[in-house]
Design a protein around this ligand. Structure first.
Ligand code: SF4
Length: 475
């Protein structure tokens, strides 16, 4: 898994200067929490649903091997094949092999973050196959040669005029007038993609859940593109992470209720499809060949560690939509497929801390990610875990390490602590004007560049406490 996460600071600065991006992200911040809350309010006691979902995910993770093997057996009984991939390269080789056996020239795909994680498109293209993304957002960014900037809305960063310009450049079509309206663009993309669907030799989808008791694969979309991808070509390949298995259909139902509400404020996604193996004799359509590729790629290393709870994630994106850092800088700044708070924990888990060391610091620790997570993942606790590892491995910048050493030393001596704090309180008061400090010197300058600070009391809390307690004793 390739990342540019080490450039987070630089990419975040560029993103902060991009006004168009800030407008798009402002909409996420404004709209997504409102629609999520109103959808969850329709559930009686949503917190109890979160508890049930989190307990169900924990039960599954505690016996992940058992449920995965049960799923494999069921798929085989249904006439499908299950492949186990230890890492991205192995997964790509397996998928390319299946495509080559099917004589594939054109491969259609529905949105799958796992295939982004393993960079499947580039791999298949290097084997002379044409890969066509069929989710509208993915299709737009594929034409633009970009990465997704959000796990649910991959083209969130692209404006309407940029979409029009992209279609004008890539679609070889005669038009009466240039594209302006979203519906016109949608219809054009749909017409182009219809041809691709019909000419595809292999369809590749992800999976939202795998049901161990039935061998079913659950896929949700709002466009129906996954259904066409899965059912029109003669070969269907499902690619997903090992953590996506759930024990029963009832568990899948529980997750689906929370997924659609947390993701897009819907009671249920527009299309929820359950696929059980290849076409049966009595079926009028569907693929003859059905394969499921189960990817590990670092996930099993997280089991039994302090990161295990991250594997509960159902990729709803609620934590991303509520994160003040994500809504300021967007997904590309994170330099990996997974962005926002979940990405800041997951990316170092999958790619290694050396490849993503800045991400656990991309947080204000406001705790909203944990609050909104429908499977109760304690994201701030995990970010602290990664920061500890970073400190232990001396990956933290020297200035921070020395600063923390100095802070520890100061806190170990009450006398030094009190006198330094007293000096700081007086100095800060001296810097204020009309009740506010608008400019701090030294490293404090970054803080006051974007915000003012109310004038402090000029005395420490302890000093004031001693003084008022003394007065209370006199009265
Ligand atoms: S961490 Fe929680 S809130 Fe974030 S995407 Fe995963 S399930 Fe959703």
């Amino acid at each position: 898994m390739q990342t540019t996460s080490l450039k987070f600071r630089q990419l975040a600065s560029q993103a902060l200067a991009d006004e168009t991006l800030r407008t798009a992200l402002g909409d996420v911040e404004r709209i997504m929490p409102v629609i999520r809350n109103s959808a969850l309010d329709q559930l009686e006691n949503p917190e109890a649903w979160f508890d049930r979902a989190s307990a169900s995910r924990d039960r599954t993770l505690a016996e992940l091997d058992v449920y995965l093997e049960a799923f494999e057996q069921k798929v085989q009984q249904l006439g499908g094949h299950v492949h186990w991939a230890a890492d991205g390269t192995e997964a790509c080789e397996i998928i390319a092999g299946i495509c080559e056996t099917a004589g594939a020239r054109t491969v259609t795909k529905s949105k799958s973050m796992v295939t982004e994680e393993i960079e499947l498109n580039a791999f298949l293209e290097s084997r002379d196959m044409t890969v066509v993304e069929t989710d509208l957002g993915e299709y737009i960014i594929q034409l633009r040669g970009e990465r997704p900037s959000h796990i649910l809305a991959p083209a969130l960063h692209v404006t309407l005029s940029e979409v029009a310009e992209t279609f004008h450049r890539h679609h070889d079509l005669e038009r009466a007038a240039p594209l302006r309206e979203p519906t016109e663009m949608l219809l054009e993309a749909r017409a182009v993609l219809r041809d691709r669907f019909l000419s595809a030799d292999v369809g590749i989808t992800g999976a939202n859940f795998l049901v161990a008791e039935t061998g079913g694969v659950v896929i949700v979309t709002n466009e129906g593109n996954a259904d066409l991808t899965a059912s029109l070509p003669d070969t269907h390949i499902v690619v997903t992470g090992i953590e996506k298995v759930v024990p029963t259909l009832e568990d899948a139902g529980l997750m689906l209720r929370l997924l659609a509400r947390s993701a897009a404020g819907q009671r249920l996604s527009t299309y929820t499809t359950l696929i059980h193996g290849p076409r049966r004799a009595e079926d009028s359509s569907g693929p003859s060949n059905f394969h499921v590729v189960l990817l590990d790629n670092g996930r099993s290393d997280m089991l039994g560690t302090q990161l295990q709870e991250m594997l509960r994630c159902i990729r709803c994106s609620a934590c991303i939509n509520h994160c003040p850092v994500y809504t300021a800088v967007g997904g590309h700044a994170y330099g990996s497929v997974y962005s926002g708070p979940m990405g800041a924990v997951l990316t170092p888990g999958l790619a290694g801390l050396h490849a993503a060391a800045h991400l656990p610091n991309a947080s204000t620790f406001c705790g909203r990610c944990e609050e909104v997570c429908p499977v109760r993942i304690p994201i701030p606790k995990m970010l602290r875990y990664w920061r500890d590892r970073e400190f232990e491995r001396r990956m933290t910048p020297r200035s921070v390490r020395y600063g923390l050493d100095w802070w520890t030393h100061m806190n170990a001596s009450p006398r030094i602590y009190r006198s330094l704090l007293g000096i700081a309180a007086r100095l800060l008061r001296g810097l204020s004007s009309r009740g506010w400090i608008t400019r701090l010197p030294g490293p404090g300058r970054a803080w006051t560049r974007y915000r003012d600070m109310p004038t402090p009391a000029g005395q420490t809390f302890q000093h004031q406490w001693r003084r008022t307690r003394g007065r209370a004793g006199e009265s």
